[in-house]
Every structure is written in C-alpha cells, then in structure tokens.
Design a protein around this ligand. Structure first.
Ligand code: FAD
Length: 384
C-alpha cells in the first residue's frame, strides 16, 4: 500500500493552489454577492487546462485520472466553492459521453468543452423527480430520424449558460422493469422549443449557475442518443460513481478551506490577553477539524483511485466518501464560523460563505440519505 502522491500530482496540486490563490480568492466575494457566473475566471482556468481535466487528450483535454481530478477539485473548492463549481462543472455530463459516446459525438461535444468554447451540463432532476430518478417524466418520442422532447428539468447546474446538456428522458414507457425505458440524449440549447430560467436566491454556491430547463417539442437528431436506448438509468448509475467521488472531493476542499481560515484566525485574534488559539477549547476544535478532513481525504482518494483500478467496490466507496466528506465539510465550516465568533457571521470573512456553500454537498448528486441507502443496500447484499 502506498499513500504517497506522485511528484506529478504534487505539482498539479501546487499549480492549482497558486491559481486559486491568485485568480479565485480575490474575486470570490464579488461573484457571490452579485450571483454572477465567473466567465472571466473560467477563461483563465481554460488557459491552465483545468476545465477539460477529465477529457481524453485526443479530444483536447488534459486526460487527468480521477485522483488527479479530485486533487484539482479539492484545491479549487478550498479557495471558493461557487467559482470552483463553475470551473469544474463545465464538463458535467461528459463522463457519459466519454464512456458511451460515439466517435462523432466525442468530436462534436468533447472538443469544444476541452478548449473552453462550450459549457455543458447534465439534466436529470425534475420538479417532481429528485431522489427517485426512475420517476423521470421528461419524454422523448421518435419521429422519423429525430427525437421530440417534452418536459421540465429542475436545478440544472449551468442551465442558463450551457451550450448543451445530457438529458435523461423516458423513451420507452412500456419497457419491462422499473429501471428500463430511459435514455440519455444530448440537447443543444439553441434548439427551437428549448428555454431556461435562472434560479436565484440560493443559500450558497451563488457563483454557480442553476436553472430550470423547459423542453417544448424540442427536436434533435436521432444521433444525439448517448449509448444504448433504454439503458440510460444504468449508464447514469455508473456516471454517479465518478461524480459522487468528485462531490466528496468538493467536501474535502471545503473542509480544508475552513481549517486553514480557522487556524489563521485563531493565531491572530486575541482575547483575555492571548491568542484564542492558546485556549484548549479552540485547539480541540482545530484538531477535530483537521483529523476529520484527513479521514475524508483518504476515503475520497481511495474512491478516486478505484476508478479504473477496483471498480467492484466503487459504488459503495463513492457513496461512503460523498456522505462522509460532505458531513465533514458542513461541520468544519460550522466550527470555522464558531472560531471566528461574530466576525464569522458576516461576509467580511470567507467562512460565512463556506458555511453557506458547504450544505449543497449533502444535497446534490444524491442526498446523504440516498448515499446511506446505497451503502446499506450493498452491505445487506454482500456483507462487510
Ligand atoms: C444548487 C443545485 C444544483 C443542482 N444541480 C443539478 C444538476 O446539474 N443536474 C441535476 O439533474 N440535478 C441537480 N440538482 C438536483 C439535486 O440532485 C436534487 O435536489 C437532489 O437529488 C434531491 O432531490 P430533491 O431536491 O427532489 O429532493 P427529494 O428527493 O424530494 O428529497 C427530499 C428529502 O427526502 C429524502 N428522501 C427522499 N427519498 C428518500 C429515501 N428513499 N430514503 C430516505 N430519504 C429520502 C431526501 O434525502 C431529502 O432529505 C441540483 C440541486 C441544487 C440545489
């Protein structure tokens, strides 16, 4: 067993940390307050190849491993989760194209993503469909050589800035079996009948774009189907193994960011004639935060390493990592605010934003309750 990161991975971490320090941190508050999408930061990230991290080199991406990508996500989220999500989610949904897309689809959709010319998203959730993905009702019907799509998608990251989306549709409502009959179809945002409405007033990650998508007789070529017709649900579950691991990395980053800011403040702020970091109560908080962050990191890295190395344990590991790291993130941000006292309650300090941003990691890509359902189901089936 080897717990060391490679020299190359340490170098990636260092470069991303420097980028986050110079390009992300200084503007984080502005984008949060104004709830605006950070196009300018995205341009700088594109120059570094950060938004095409997971895309194979032949399509212009950096072809980083899942573990490399987790390290990048950790460093960006430690700086600012809203901007970090905007950078790292420009390729959200691309794993389905990498795994199941045709050569033509990969060239058409992956290349513009890798080069920063386009932004994509993955549209699964609907107003009445969240945790229970098998109740998706957005419908795609075949008409000649086209799909005609009708329905609404809710809470879609990049929804009002995206150029195309991998959309989960019901294509075969009469298929036998609860999980059959769904398919993933790429829909471009310039198709007739497609509209989106930005959702504002989010608790956190306000620099990330979230929108409702409306499909009103949207026609796309039959070639926009990704993978196998009727197998969209299964394809999605495989996609979740990777994306949940990446949300775990988001949690590790937020927890790390909270630890760093709390430590700095504990060594600056004085009460009763000494640094508050001299009080054992504060030291114990810092010790707990640091220990739990490291535990979440190890679980997340193991899950990331399992992508391509040990896939049989990946589903459980991804859910464990996501559930645990998101809880650690929320708790660490909470303690960081506590250590800042009243100063932590206003947006002069980053911890106020981290506290609001952390919560999303327990909700998207399957809530914490759903992760526990997955872990328990695997446990009941296979034992320890
Ligand atoms: C900012 C943001 C960005 C998002 N981005 C995307 C995106 O890009 N693409 C996309 O498709 N979706 C996205 N989502 C949607 C997100 O994935 C869903 O909100 C999430 O899956 C939960 O679904 P829901 O909101 O409908 O809650 P519900 O499913 O209605 O759940 C409500 C509560 O009931 C609990 N619950 C439900 N079923 C069970 C069960 N079987 N056992 C125990 N508890 C249960 C849940 O854990 C939760 O606590 C985003 C959401 C937000 C807020």
């Amino acid at each position: 067993m080897d717990f060391e990161l490679s020299d190359e991975q340490e170098q990636i971490r260092e470069e991303v940390r420097r980028f986050a320090e110079n390009e992300v941190k200084p503007v984080a508050q502005e984008y949060d307050v104004e709830e605006k999408f950070p196009f300018e930061v995205l341009d700088a990230a594109t120059e570094m190849g950060l938004n095409g991290a997971n895309i194979p080199m032949e399509y212009g991406g950096a072809d980083y491993t899942a573990l490399d990508t987790a390290i990048i996500i950790e460093e960006l989220f430690a700086a600012d989760p809203g901007i970090a999500l905007s950078i790292t989610a420009t390729t959200f949904g691309s794993d389905a194209l990498i795994e199941y897309g045709t050569e033509e689809q990969k060239e058409r959709f992956l290349e513009p993503i890798a080069t920063g010319e386009a932004i994509m998203g993955a549209a699964i959730s609907e107003p009445d469909t969240g945790s229970d993905v098998s109740s998706v009702s957005t419908n795609a019907e075949k008409d000649g050589d086209e799909w005609v799509i009708n329905g609404n998608k809710m809470w879609i990251t990049n929804g009002s800035v995206g150029d195309f989306f991998v959309v989960m549709c019901e294509t075969d409502p009469d298929a036998e079996g609860r999980y059959n009959g769904f398919s993933q179809i790429v829909v471009e945002s310039d198709r007739d009948g497609f509209t989106s409405e930005k959702i504002t007033g989010k608790l956190g990650i306000r620099a990330s774009d979230t929108a409702e998508l409306i499909f009103d007789d949207v026609r796309v070529p039959e070639d926009n189907l990704v993978g196998t017709r009727g197998m969209g649900f299964l394809q999605l579950m495989q996609f979740f193994d990777i994306t949940r691991t990446m949300v775990a990395a988001q949690g590790v980053g937020i927890a790390k960011g909270a630890c760093e800011r709390a430590l700095d403040y504990a060594q600056e702020r004085e009460q009763f004639g000494r640094e508050i970091g001299d009080f054992q109560a504060i030291q114990h908080k810092l010790a707990d935060m640091h220990t739990r962050t490291e535990a979440a990191r190890q679980l997340t890295y193991k899950s990331a390493w399992s992508v391509g190395n040990s896939e049989d344990q990946l589903t459980t590991l991804a859910s464990m990592a996501k559930e645990f790291a998101s809880r650690v993130a929320v708790d660490a941000a909470n303690e960081a605010v506590q250590i800042h006292g009243g100063s932590g309650y206003v947006n002069d300090f980053d911890v106020e934003r981290l506290y609001r941003d952390a919560k999303i990691t327990q909700i998207y890509e399957g809530t914490s309750e759903i992760q526990k359902n997955v872990i328990a189901r695997e446990l009941m089936d296979k034992g320890f």
